[in-house]
Structures are given as C-alpha cells and as structure tokens.
Write a protein that binds this ligand. Structure first.
Ligand SMILES: [Zn+2]
Length: 402
C-alpha cells in the first residue's frame, strides 16, 4: 500500500497529505497555510503514535465533526461557509495591528513596550462589532454582543504580535500571529469574555467544565448550520458562472456599497471524477456575481484534489466587476502552460473534463489555443509554451475522434 496521497491527522499540526516517501520518513504537506511542508518519521505514522491516517477527504460531513478537536478550525469553518468571514476579521485586525506596530517601531527601539499600549480598544471594538453581531450566536445563548468591554490587558486587545522567545538572541523579536493561531486567540477572547461578570470578576470555578460547555455550544450551532445545508441540498444548483476570488470580502465593492450579499451553496464538479460537491459561496444580488475567499477555495481544492470552476482572481480590490479584461475562459478553468504548474497529464485531464462536461466545446478550446500559438510561436522564451500548446491540440484531435 502506497502512503503517497494519504490523508493524515497529526496531533501537533493538524491535517495534512503525504506528498512523498523517503527512506524512513514521509514528506507531509499540512492544510494550515502557515505550516511549511515537514518531514515526519515513518515510525510515527506506522505506530499511529502522533499521526493517524484516515481515508476521508478533509472537508468532512457534519456528523464527523471531531468533538475532541478545537471547534474553530480551518476545516469546520470552511465546510460551513464561515471561513471567509473569520479570515476577513483576521485581515482587518492584522491591518490595524501592523499600523500600530510600525508606529511603535518608529518611535521606540523596543517596539513591544509601546505596541501594547498604543492599541486602541475603540478601534478594535469598531472592527470586531459587525463580526460579533453576525456570529455571537455561535458562542453564547442567548446571543449577546461579545465586546472587549473590560479594560483588561489580556482580554480586550486583539494583540496579534507576540514575543518570540529565542533564547540564543538577546534582542526581543516580535512576530505576527498566523491565522490558525488567531483562531485560538479568538476562542480564548470569547471564553474569557463570557466568563466574566459585569464587574469584571472572573466567575468560573471550573474552567475545564466551562471550556467543555462552550465547545458543546459551538458544535451544536455547527450541527444546526450543517443540517440547514443538508435540508437545502435538493435546491442547490450547479454553478454556471465564474467565481470571483477575493483575499478580503470586506474589501469588495459589494461590501463597501452595502449590496445585498448572501452566502449560498452551489454544486461544483470534482476534477478527478466529476462527482459533485457543494461549495459555500457568496452571491451578490445587485451585481449577480458569485464570490469566494481565497482560503475557502484552496481548502476545498486541497480536500478534493481540485474542483472544476471558472476562477477570476480579483487582485485589485478597487476594480469593479468587469468582464472586459478577463482572462480567457480556458484560463479561468485553470488551464495554463506556465513552467512547473501543470504536467502534461494534468493539462490533458483538464481539457478532457471540460469537453466531457460540456463546459467548453472543442471549437472554443482549440480556437483559444491556436490564438495563443499564432501570437507567441517563434518568440524567444515561448519555446516550451508553444510545444505544450501544439501537444494539447494533438491530444484534443485524438480525444475528440475516440
Ligand atoms: Zn455587488
């Protein structure tokens, strides 16, 4: 049994996929964006000590929520369609924290001293308010706004820098918190806010029990959200439009101009076998566009080894939706001849899937590739690209004649 491609659950680093086996070790790519690929000793995997292998895709069904895991993790949030909002909150807070940190750095040679003091609760309050208005039900019942209302250093400020303890270095180093650590921090802020009374007294006597209670509440809300997804699944339709990809949803025209945006689910085919999965996306009624956060999409791509959707990256947050300067439809589906991106087999598989699903016709694909060839063939630097285009045309010819 080959271990390559197997999904693992690493107790320390979360979920990942085995990329490669080397003598005595496996190279693992972890799902969390901020963990680089790591070498894991094979004995850990085989003895099931630190790492367990499981067969399911990482975006699991709600009944499989692992209640022993942290409720606020990448996987659960992506599955429920919440991840974009959580990431959006993180991005906004990071932006504010960066500004403060830079100011502190300019003023003081030891920025950690001033950074903590400079953070302004009212600004943080402003940033977190819409988020908590939308999601406080996840944390508390009856829902009430969780605001950092106490002037307590540990609790109120979403301080997103921490001191990096490097014993070898005499200088204090400040590091910015990654998104996965931010989720832990958010959880703690919520917990400690809920566990204080109006006079800022810490009321819990048994924090283990209270942690458990908070987790149960969150998981119960997750299950409710998941059952809504399931009961609506008969009405889900296949995505027939391109999807606009954003880093920050609050940075879109739709968000700034307060368009009518709601989270909906659509069907998209998996590239591997064309079976359908449902994907949480945001739909703007005013612009009639589908949008998704970059992280949610990449989580689903990882879980299902690529999904077949037309993608339009919105690199410039100020640009309004426009189809004029769009990449070709073929490119939107992920086709390219960039060095090191798609192998020959992957390009052919993608082209075959586009034809089989009727998403593009042979004529549309060929005319686009021929157009590229006409434009770039013979130009220096395009030798390899031109060879790939020619090869793909030949493949299409034989594929269509089957
Ligand atoms: Zn809009």
């Amino acid at each position: 049994m080959s271990l390559v491609g197997k999904r693992i659950n690493d107790k320390r680093r979360g979920y990942g996929t085995i990329l490669e086996i080397k003598p005595g070790k496996a190279i693992v790519s972890y799902d969390a964006e901020d963990i680089p690929d790591k070498e894991v000793p094979l004995k850990y995997i085989k003895d099931k000590k630190l790492v367990t292998i499981f067969e399911d895709p990482i975006v699991r069904k709600p009944e499989d929520f692992d209640k022993n895991s942290k409720p606020l993790n990448f996987n659960n949030l992506a599955y429920l369609g919440f991840l974009d909002d959580f990431y959006d909150l993180y991005s906004k807070l990071i932006k504010y924290n960066d500004t403060i940190f830079e100011e502190a750095e300019q003023e003081n040679r030891c920025p950690s001293l001033t950074y903590y003091k400079k953070l302004d609760n009212s600004v943080i309050d402003e940033i977190t308010k819409p988020f908590f208005e939308k999601y406080s039900y996840l944390f508390a019942d009856p829902p009430y706004i969780i605001t950092p209302k106490y002037d307590n250093e540990d609790l109120v400020n979403f301080k997103l820098y921490r001191i990096d303890n490097q014993r070898s270095s005499p200088d204090i180093k400040m590091v910015r918190l990654q998104f996965t650590s931010f989720l832990d921090k958010l959880y703690n802020v919520v917990f400690f806010t809920l566990m204080r009374d109006d006079s800022n007294q810490f009321i819990t006597s048994n924090s283990e029990r209270d942690f458990k209670r908070l987790n149960e509440h969150i998981f119960a809300e997750f299950e409710k959200a998941a059952s809504v997804i399931h009961s609506n699944s008969v009405n889900i339709k296949e995505l027939d439009k391109p999807i606009y990809i954003f880093d920050m949803l609050s940075n879109t025209v739709c968000s700034r101009e307060k368009h009518n945006v709601s989270t909906v689910r659509v069907y998209v085919p998996k590239l591997s076998d064309l079976s359908k999965i449902d994907l949480p996306v945001h739909y703007c009624e005013d612009c009639q566009r589908y949008m998704i956060g970059r992280h949610t999409l990449s989580q689903f791509d990882k879980a299902y080894k690529k999904i077949l959707v037309r993608r339009i990256k919105m690199d410039d947050p100020d640009s309004v939706f426009s189809e004029f300067d769009l990449e070709s439809m073929l490119h939107q589906y992920g086709y390219n001849v960039v060095e090191g991106e798609l192998t020959e087999d992957e390009r052919h598989e993608l082209l075959a899937m586009l034809l089989d699903t009727g998403k593009m016709t042979n004529f549309e694909i060929c005319s686009r590739i021929e157009q590229n060839l006409n434009l770039f063939q013979g130009r220096p630097g395009y030798e390899s690209a031109a060879a790939k285009w020619s090869d793909d045309l030949l493949f299409l010819e034989t594929y269509v004649q089957r």
